[in-house]
Write a protein that binds this ligand. Structure first.
Ligand code: ADP
Ligand code: MG
Length: 703
């Protein structure tokens, strides 16, 4: 319980980090790696061989037997195929473990079982994984032993991206190029690179493993498909920031230790709003590393839970009636000199560069609100966005009072003379210092909020990869920067041109700014009046990927080709239909083989009891009444079950993936709700001891 953890010692010990490379590589090779990280370029075969050998030696000294090209296919999770370092034994039967530069740099997994949305024809099943030099290799220690994981990008035979990392890297390059271009115009002669920084706050639920195993819905779909509300939900607001339960605390301690060893700067942990819900936030990092690390965090959360008799639920809506889980994607822009371009400094209105950047971001978000909405959507997140929970499905930007005021002054007068000072919070306690209040106030209902020196994109789902939203953010801002540079490069007087451009951006795109309550119905009406898109579901958001506007954007910066975008849209429909179908079949199974039989059984014995009472001359009106209600609900459930089965059969017969997806949304989902309703009602009507699986109270309150 009290064994000490030396964080400085363990931090990054399972990472083939720059410092490990410095120790183990010849100077010239080390310098080449650093230069590729900073400026791009390619390794020679000889250099790759040297690095591979050093990596293998290090991995084996640390217990590794296998290596894998670790990649992020369009399933949203990571994929790995382990190969051992084993070679053919020599004549005398000795084993010399080997790992070549070729094996390090490139892998050739069979791509045919990963989603490609039509990009890959069967005769071209080959896919290639290539080493991403900018993200360090690491050792994953699991039940399978210790495996050297090499972060890679995954492409088809023709070089089309089949993963989430490739477009992200392309978008980071585009953003950097355009940002540096803009900075040059503004007189910055030094900055060579601008890197998006990302910190992803990850929410999750923890449940007891034994109870989890009794719930087919959790096993097959990651969320509960049945369940009457517990007598207590989150209304007391006593879980948020509450004392962390011992059992969960032990889990968090192990999780942190594992993450620190893997070089993930896990920083903050706390209980979240819903019972059994928690959050972990790392310190922000380069967007590419942050995306890899978020995948590592999600994997570790699940793996470590198993060692504690627990299960981690990353689904966006594991339980109806209480909050679901999201992922806040904090995003800012950092130069290679360490300057944050989103830092307003002491007086924002004087900071022309900041205002120009800000106005470009507003323009980008307004023009591409549909793409941002799309980037944060997945099947699970449909339970949150637009469903009266978490941020609304309408993208808007929160600036806060201080910046909002600056914008208003700029629009009204053309200059911003004064601004509201960030106040000082006097503590009134002599032993405590006065705290400088953050000038940007908080707004928890905004999907895209400026929080001092970064934007917090709050729409992303907890189970989703953060690569998509960051790819879109980088791309749309690169476009706005590029447009700005085009204008300013031609300007006769830079000062006037910059000023005019800021004003124009603010004027043309001010409709995207909204500082009020994003959850209120009034906002939905107001947003409609402003012409902002309100896209209710993930499959309705999917076409945003292939509008002429989106294709032009992504092709202009070589982030996606049109065929890559079309394939991604296709995969969304496919995944949606598969997910809903699995959920529907799980419901059919649970209702047909567990709930209804248990209730019929119980009704039978209750009928016997009621008869016995009648025969004894003590007629029980309450008993009869209850029996009636149970029987009615069993009938309703049985009919709903039949309807859902019929719809499932119909769905199978549909060929077009888009049609299938919309059939699932418009016909299957309502039928699933119709089946759930009587079953949840039955849960409250029959004896708890005969209910066939753990209930909401069992799952959420007794972990
Ligand atoms: P909040 O604003 O939600 O209260 P924090 O300030 O604790 O939270 O930060 C939340 C997340 O934002 C953390 O992952 C943190 O590292 C990250 N973050 C902080 N500053 C930046 C920044 N400049 N750019 C990107 N992410 C940042
Ligand atoms: Mg936050």
């Amino acid at each position: 319980m009290t064994d000490k953890i030396n964080v400085e010692e363990i931090f990054g010990e399972d990472v083939f980090s720059l410092s490990t490379m410095r120790e183990r590589l010849p100077k010239s090779v080390f310098r080449k790696v650093v230069s590729i990280m900073d400026e791009g370029g390619e390794l020679t075969r000889a250099e790759a061989d040297v690095i591979a050998k050093a990596m293998k030696d290090w991995a084996m000294e640390n217990g590794a037997t296998h290596y894998t090209h670790w990649f992020q296919p369009l399933t949203g999770i990571t994929a790995e195929k382990h190969d051992s370092f084993v070679n053919s034994p020599d004549r005398e039967g000795h084993m010399m473990m080997e790992f070549s530069g070729k094996e390090l740099i490139m892998g050739e997994p069979d791509a045919s079982s990963f989603p490609s949305g039509g990009l890959r024809s069967t005769f071209e099943a080959r896919g290639y994984t290539t080493w991403d030099v900018t993200s360090p290799a690491f050792l994953k220690k699991t039940g399978a032993g210790s495996t050297l994981c090499i972060p890679t990008a995954f492409c088809s035979y023709r070089g089309e991206a089949l993963d989430k990392k490739t477009p992200l890297l392309r978008s980071m390059e585009a953003l950097s190029t355009q940002a540096v271009r803009l900075l040059r115009i503004l007189g910055d002669t030094e900055t060579r690179k601008v890197i998006p920084s990302v910190g992803a706050e990850q929410e999750y639920f923890i449940v007891n493993a034994e109870k989890y195993k009794k719930r087919p819905d959790l096993i097959f779909t990651g969320r509960t498909l049945f369940g009457a509300p517990a007598p207590k939900g989150q209304e007391m607001e006593d879980h948020y920031f509450g004392v962390i339960r011992e059992h969960v605390g032990e889990y968090m301690k192990d999780l942190n230790t594992e993450l620190w060893s893997l070089g993930v700067p896990a920083k903050t942990q706390h209980n979240e709003v819903a019972p059994a819900q928690h959050e972990l936030a790392p310190i922000y990092e380069n967007a590419n590393i942050a995306c890899d690390h978020n995948q590592i965090v999600m994997e570790a959360m699940k793996r470590v839970a198993e060692h504690h008799g627990l299960r981690c639920l990353l689904h966006e809506k594991p339980f109806a009636g209480v909050n679901g889980s999201g992922k806040h994607n904090n995003w800012s822009l950092t130069t290679d000199k360490g300057q944050n371009l989103l830092d307003p400094g002491e007086s924002p209105e004087d900071n022309v560069q900041f205002l120009l950047v800000l106005s470009c971001i507003l323009k980008a978000v307004d023009i591409h609100a549909d793409l941002l909405r799309q980037s944060a959507s997945d099947v699970g997140n449909d339970h949150r966005l637009g469903e009266n929970e978490a941020p609304p499905a309408i993208v808007s930007v929160f600036l806060g009072e201080q910046l909002g005021d600056v914008v208003k002054q700029l629009l009204e007068t053309g200059t911003a003379a004064k601004h509201i000072q960030g106040g000082v919070l006097r503590t009134g306690i002599s032993t405590m210092p006065d705290l400088r209040m953050d000038a940007t106030d908080r707004n928890r209902t905004s999907p895209f909020a400026f929080t001092g020196n970064k934007f917090e994109f709050r729409m992303v789902g907890s189970a989703d990869s953060i690569s998509s939203c960051n790819t879109v953010l980088n791309a749309i801002v690169a476009e706005a920067f590029s447009d700005a540079s085009d204008r300013l490069e031609k300007a006769a007087s830079l000062d006037i041109a910059v000023h005019d451009l800021i004003k124009e951006n603010l004027k043309d795109h001010q409709r995207i700014i909204f500082n009020g309550n994003g959850y209120a119905d009034a906002w939905v009406r107001e947003a409609a009046r402003r012409g902002l898109p309100n896209i209710p579901s993930s499959i309705e958001a999917a076409p945003a990927l292939t509008t002429p506007k989106a294709v032009a954007l992504f092709e202009r910066f070589a982030i996606f080709s049109k065929s890559e975008l079309v394939s991604r849209e296709e995969i969304i429909y496919e995944t949606y239909a598969k997910t809903i179908t699995i959920e529907a079949r799980t419901m059919i199974d649970m209702a047909g083989r567990q709930i209804i039989p248990a209730c019929v059984d119980y009704a039978g014995s209750l009928a016997g009891d009621v008869n016995a009472l009648n025969e004894a001359g003590v007629s029980s009106a309450a008993g009869t009444d209850r029996l009636r209600e149970i029987a009615d609900n069993i009938d309703t459930a049985q009919n709903a079950l039949r309807s859902l089965q019929a719809l499932d059969a119909k769905c199978i017969s549909l060929k077009d993936v888009k049609e299938k997806a919309f059939f699932c949304k418009d016909s299957m989902k309502p039928a699933m709700i119709a089946l759930r309703r009587p079953c949840d009602r039955l849960e409250n009507l029959i004896d708890k001891s005969v209910w066939p699986f753990p209930t909401y109270e069992d799952l959420m309150f007794e972990v």
